[in-house]
Design a protein around this ligand. Structure first.
Ligand SMILES: C[S@@+](CC[C@H](N)C(=O)[O-])C[C@H]1O[C@@H](n2cnc3c(N)ncnc32)[C@H](O)[C@@H]1O
Length: 385
């Protein structure tokens, strides 16, 4: 039995998920759709056609930091929970049986959100809490800690059926493989022929070139005599550049799986950081109009793990539209045809904001502008009210 989270207004919040939508609008079919309006209504209006059809939901809700951004980010905890709860309930029904939801969050609400996700999706469907290094410089003006990371909470609709792939091998991982001896099997990396456990610590092997090898004290042979002879005959043992050094096995890049098991620690060097995300907006002519965008590399990593080329992706806290952007980039990279639905409220931008100075009146206009800039065409937008 899990620990249930309770707060004043919880029942009323749950009831919002079953109340009829305030808007009645036909949701059009489109490869990349932007719904401009409240996501509570949007999720309800998506249900008839898309229940059980969304492979990945990625959301980055307001974190409740009580700081002043172009979007509202200051709520009481009760208000914040009452906002997110009915939306999570509705979101769950949109996921495919093998789908997943990934939720970005910071310290302000991570503890409450984690319990709520356990309740809505089931603690048994929790996949991982990923830590993302959003920033790499130290904020020396911070009062206590320089806040350099946040989380991505990952839940499966049904852990037993979850379709998850490994992470593509990176260039950095591949660069450890070289070919100093011009081996026709291509780049390789020297790996030990001893093991940390095993038997026969007194093992001694004499290679045909006269090199004699024994495992170092406290280690054991990884291969039998027969296997070592075979590897040597294949040219898969490396005796250093002079041909007489202590042997290593050549592990070939070509023999490795193309994907590796992802870790729960996502470094900015691999998936980007907030600075990079701001630069991405600037490069689209949208510099400074939106705070805290996510880098597309971060969302592409999520897409790589949880989607295939024909899947539908939903982000109902779309902000500047980084998820749709990432979907387009990932499709370009792997020839996929992933579709995306973004939902962004039509809240007005503050009059003194950079967004207002850039000519935007409402937040959804920023999302639309990014989609337009990235796709080079007018996005399909449906307005809920
Ligand atoms: C943290 S931002 C998302 C940033 C986004 N991931 C990006 O990379 O640009 C949260 C967004 O959710 C939007 N939002 C908040 N409540 C909403 C609601 N009820 N319906 C639709 N959008 C909402 C906010 O206006 C804000 O743009």
């Amino acid at each position: 039995m899990g620990v249930a989270l309770d707060w004043p207004g919880k029942d009323a919040a749950a009831a919002l998920s079953t109340a009829p939508p305030q808007a009645s609008v036909e949701i059009p079919e489109a490869d990349h759709l932007l719904i401009a309006g409240d996501n509570l209504d949007a999720l309800k209006l998506l249900a008839p056609a898309h229940a059980g059809a969304v492979k990945l939901i990625y959301i980055d809700p307001p974190y409740n930091t009580h700081r002043r951004f172009v979007y509202a980010d200051s709520f009481s905890t009760d208000e914040w929970l009452s906002m997110i709860y009915p939306r999570l309930l509705l979101a769950r029904d949109l996921l495919t049986e093998d789908g997943a939801i990934v939720v970005s969050i910071g310290d302000d609400q991570s503890h409450t959100l984690r319990l709520l996700l356990d309740e809505v999706f089931g603690a048994e469907n929790h996949v991982a809490d990923v830590v993302w290094q959003k920033k790499y410089t130290r904020a020396n003006d911070a009062r206590f800690f320089s806040d350099n990371h946040e989380y991505l909470f990952v839940y499966a609709r049904d852990l037993e059926q979850l379709a998850m792939q490994g992470e593509p091998r990176s260039e950095a991982q591949n660069s450890a493989y070289t070919n100093p001896d011009g081996d026709p099997r291509g780049p390789w990396k020297a790996t030990p022929i001893h093991a940390k456990s095993g038997n026969d610590p007194d093992f001694t092997h004499t290679f045909s070139n006269g090199v004699v090898w024994s495992p170092l004290p406290g280690t054991f042979p990884r291969f039998s005599h027969e296997r070592l002879d075979l590897l040597e005959a294949e040219g898969a043992i490396w005796f250093g550049r002079d041909g007489q050094a202590q042997p290593n096995r050549k592990t070939y890049l070509a023999d490795l799986a193309e994907r590796v098991t992802p870790t729960t620690l996502w470094l900015h060097t691999e998936v980007g950081n907030t600075h990079e995300a701001n630069t991405e907006l600037k490069d689209l002519g949208l510099g400074g109009v939106f705070q805290n965008p996510k880098p597309t590399r971060l969302i592409r990593r999520v897409l790589q793990l949880f989607t295939g080329p024909d899947d539908l992706v939903l982000d109902f806290f779309a902000g500047s539209g980084s998820t749709a952007h990432a979907v387009l980039l990932e499709n370009c990279a792997d020839g996929g045809k992933r579709r995306s639905i973004s939902v962004q409220s039509t809240d007005p931008v503050p009059g003194d904001s950079a967004a207002a100075k850039a000519g935007f009146s409402t937040l959804d206009e920023i999302t639309a502008a990014r989609l337009r800039a990235v796709a080079g065409a007018e996005p399909t937008v449906v307005r809920l009210g």
